[in-house]
Design a protein around this ligand. Structure first.
Ligand SMILES: NC(=O)c1ccc[n+]([C@@H]2O[C@H](COP(=O)([O-])OP(=O)(O)OC[C@H]3O[C@@H](n4cnc5c(N)ncnc54)[C@H](O)[C@@H]3O)[C@@H](O)[C@H]2O)c1
Length: 364
């Protein structure tokens, strides 16, 4: 059975398929082949080692499959260039399609290749990590990292379709599943109190939880709605920037700790804790109990809420000031008036931020 959700973006609208089997994906590939349109699949070496047979069963020729090493370092100019050359060496033309089979790293990298090659070709997302299913595969943000910072180069390039199949989560390492749970909890905090309460009731969510399919779908619905209203994050207030709840702090932690010390979702979990504390200080409607409940839920799902080793406040603040989300008017934080009701907020005093950093173990 396949359920569908549409991301409404005028001529760039596309379906997200929630699959119980691979029939829609296989039919899409067959259809492209029947129309003489070449298909290419990009994945990482780790996924290929687990899913070689599955990938083969999709019917994409072996010569059209490209593997990058697994991990964040593949989101680089080097691998971007190598994949472009791979496509050019196969004389891939404008009718070619790219299938991104993997987590957020593969989706971001393959999506940016698709956005750039011949000024843009079609691409399809087959997310395999929880983080990619609930977040990165939807919304069309594609890109790579520079040594100077994460996601500094990229494009908005929407996929043609997203195929979500929860069966891949069976092989996802626990720590990676937890990292995705950070984004799931984020959705509850930013837009849906009922989702947050549902998660709090479950406590620790596992890959085989009977409620997980509806939770994944709910996250996609929230993301799709926000993206439909502000595709390129240009709204002056709120809009797509709300999806960055916890990310201003989280990106700074990733940046200063060096990529590798924390998984993306782990850094975001500490960021969510800090966003709660800052919400408490800013809005009387956000209570300490709300923060404590959030910390408990993050911890129950194997996520940290304080730093595992001290980082310097000055370096963290410098990283915040370089954040892409900043506007000429200053640093933009995403806070919550209450659980399920996030708002963007500028003009937060640096002394307040410094005090918060100390609460999670940062030092002067
Ligand atoms: N574009 C967006 O909107 C957006 C949003 C959030 C995050 N991101 C990006 O996503 C990236 C993080 O994504 P991620 O956490 O999926 O990381 P990832 O792609 O590196 O995957 C994490 C690890 O899990 C492995 N893996 C993935 N699926 C698996 C499966 N089913 N079975 C076994 N192993 C599996 C991968 O091989 C990798 O080793 C970051 O680069 C982040 O910037 C993008």
């Amino acid at each position: 059975m396949t359920e569908t959700l549409n991301v409404q973006l005028e001529d760039r609208s596309y379906p997200i398929y929630f699959n119980q089997d691979d029939s829609t994906l296989k039919a899409t590939i067959d259809n492209l082949h029947q129309n003489n349109k070449a298909c290419y699949l990009i994945t990482d070496s780790n996924l290929y080692s687990i899913y070689a047979d599955y990938i083969e069963s999709l019917g994409i020729p072996q010569a059209h499959i490209y593997q990058v090493p697994e991990g964040e370092t593949s989101k680089s100019v080097e691998h971007f260039e190598k994949i472009l050359s791979f496509l050019a060496s196969h004389s891939a033309n404008r009718d070619a399609s790219i299938f991104a089979f993997g987590g957020g790293v593969i989706g971001d990298l393959a999506g940016y290749v698709a956005a750039s090659y011949l000024r843009g070709i079609h691409f399809y997302q087959i997310p395999t990590s929880l983080l990619a299913m609930v977040d990165s595969s939807v919304g069309g943000k594609t890109g790579i990292n520079l040594p100077e910072g994460k996601n500094l180069v990229g494009a908005f390039w929407q996929p043609h379709a997203v195929f979500i199949n929860q069966k891949f989560l069976e092989t996802l390492p626990k720590k990676q599943f937890a990292s995705g749970m950070s984004e799931v909890i984020k959705y509850g905090l930013l837009a849906d109190k009922a989702l947050f309460d549902q998660l709090a009731n479950i406590g620790t969510v596992n890959f085989d939880d009977a409620l997980l399919p509806s939770i994944i779908r709910r996250c996609c619905e929230i993301k799709a709605e926000i993206v439909s209203n502000d595709e390129k994050e240009i709204a002056d207030t709120n809009g797509r920037a709300l999806l960055n709840l916890g990310h201003t702090f989280g990106h700074a932690i990733e940046n200063v700790a060096g990529y590798g010390d924390y998984l993306h979702g782990e850094a975001i979990a500490i960021g969510l804790h800090l966003a709660c504390r800052l919400s408490e200080l800013t809005y009387s409607s956000f209570s300490e109990t709300d923060t404590e409940q959030t910390i408990q839920l993050l911890n129950q799902n194997g996520l940290p809420t304080v730093l595992n080793k001290s980082l310097e406040i000055q370096a963290l603040n410098k990283a915040i000031s370089r954040d892409k989300k900043n506007r000429a008017s200053g640093i933009r934080f995403v806070l919550m008036k209450s659980i399920g009701n996030a708002q963007t907020k500028e003009g937060i005093d640096e002394a307040v931020i410094n005090a918060l950093w100390k609460k999670v173990g940062a030092v002067e």
